[in-house]
Ligand binder design. Structure first.
Ligand code: FO1
Length: 312
C-alpha cells in the first residue's frame, strides 16, 4: 500500500513512528514542512525535516521532541562567548553537523530534496522524506511590541517569544512562487491513502497546503486527518496561538472546517469531541493521546482502517 503523509514537527513525527509500526510493509512518503526553516550562523536549519528524520531514524531527543539525543552545546557556548546572536535558538554540537552538511550541499547547488535524501541515507528513517518545496519559503509572523509593528521569523515568535505576543498575521513568504519538490505531486497521485497527522494545522499542515498545486492534488484522494486539538486544547505546542492568529477557534470542529470537506474524507477526533460533524466527512471518535508507541500505533491503525473503509 502507498501512503502519503504531510508532516510538521514533533506531533507529526511521533505519529509517523506509529504509522510505520502499523503498516510495516507500506511505502510511506512524508511531505515535510519547510516553512519553519531558518538560516543561523550562515547555516540552513530545517527543524521539521530534521525532527522527522531524527525521530524515525532513532536519533531524536525524546523528551524534547526536537534535536539530537546525547547532545552537548560547546559550539553554542563558544558562539555566545563571542557575543554572536541569536542565543535563543538551541543548536547542539551533533545537530550542527546536519546543518553544516546541508549548507555545504546547498552551496554546491544541490536542491533541498536531494540533500534531504542524502541525510536520510545515514538515518534510514524507513520512509521517503520530501520537503514540500525546494524553493525557499519561510513563515513570518507580524507582531507589535515596544519596537513597533514588525514581522519576525516564525522561530523568533515560537522560541524566543514563546508566542507570548499575539500574532496579528502569519504569512508564508515566497509561497506564491514556490513549486512542489520533485516527487511530491507524483507521490500524492500514486497514493492509496493520504494522512494529515496531528501536526500544527496552521504553521505545519496549513503551510504545506499553501504550496501551489499540493492542495489541488489532494482533492481527488482519500484523505484522513487526525485532530491536533483535544477538548479545546492542543496536545502540545502552540496550535491555539496559531489558530487564534488566523481567527479560528481552537477546537476539533474548527480545524475540520478549516481543512474543508473538499479535502478531508475522514476525521479522527478524541472521545470528548465526538459531536464534531461536517457534511461529507466520516468522523470517528477514539482516544487520541500518543502517550507511548503502542497508543500511537493504535491511532495510526485506526487512521488506516478509516481510510481503507473510505477507499472506493
Ligand atoms: N524549540 C525550542 O523551543 N527551543 C529551541 O531552542 C529549539 C531549537 C531547535 C533546534 C533545532 C531544531 O530542529 C528544532 C529546534 N526547536 C527548538 C524546535 C522548533 O522550533 C520546532 O520544532 C519547530 O520549528 C516547530 O515544529
Amino acid at each position: 500500500m502507498r501512503i502519503v503523509s504531510l508532516a510538521g514537527g514533533i506531533g507529526g513525527a511521533r505519529f509517523l513512528r506509529g504509522l510505520r509500526a502499523a503498516a510495516p510493509s507500506a511505502e510511506i512518503t512524508v511531505i515535510g514542512n519547510t516553512g519553519d526553516d531558518i538560516t543561523l550562523f550562515g547555516l540552513r536549519v530545517c527543524p521539521d525535516l530534521d525532527t522527522v528524520m531524527y525521530t524515525l531514524g532513532g536519533g531524536i531527543n525524546e523528551e524534547q521532541g526536537w534535536g539530537r539525543e546525547k547532545e552537548t552545546h560547546v559550539v553554542k557556548e563558544e558562539l555566545a562567548a563571542y557575543g554572536v546572536e541569536p542565543q535563543w535558538f538551541g543548536l547542539g554540537d551533533r545537530d550542527f553537523a546536519t546543518h553544516i552538511v546541508r549548507s555545504q550541499m546547498l552551496e554546491a547547488g544541490f536542491p533541498l530534496s536531494q540533500i534531504t535524501e542524502a541525510l536520510c541515507a545515514r538515518w534510514q528513517p524507513g520512509v521517503r522524506l520530501l520537503p514540500m518545496s525546494d524553493d525557499r519559503c519561510e513563515t513570518h509572523v507580524v507582531i507589535t511590541d515596544d519596537r513597533g509593528r514588525r514581522a519576525v521569523h516564525f522561530q523568533e515568535w515560537w522560541v524566543r517569544l514563546r508566542a507570548s505576543i499575539p500574532a496579528e498575521s502569519i504569512a508564508l513568504i515566497g509561497a506564491e512562487t514556490a513549486k512542489p519538490a520533485p516527487g511530491v505531486l507524483e507521490a500524492i497521485e500514486e497514493a492509496d491513502v493520504v494522512i494529515l497527522p496531528p501536526s500544527n494545522p496552521v504553521v505545519s499542515i496549513g503551510t504545506i497546503l499553501q504550496i501551489p498545486g499540493i492542495r489541488d492534488a489532494l482533492l481527488p484522494k482519500t484523505v484522513v486527518g487526525v485532530s491536533p486539538i483535544i477538548g479545546g486544547a492542543p496536545v502540545r505546542g502552540m496550535a491555539d496561538a496559531c489558530l487564534t492568529a488566523i481567527g479560528v477557534e481552537t477546537s476539533a470542529q474548527a480545524v475540520l472546517d478549516l481543512y474543508g470537506a473538499d479535502l478531508i474524507n475522514g476525521w479522527l477526533v478524541a472521545e470528548e469531541d465526538a459531536e464534531v460533524s461536517l457534511d461529507g466527512v466520516v468522523v470517528q471518535a477514539r482516544p487520541l493521546l500518543m502517550h507511548d508507541p503502542d497508543s500511537t500505533r493504535a491511532i495510526a491503525e485506526a487512521t488506516l482502517t478509516l481510510a481503507n473503509s473510505l477507499n472506493p
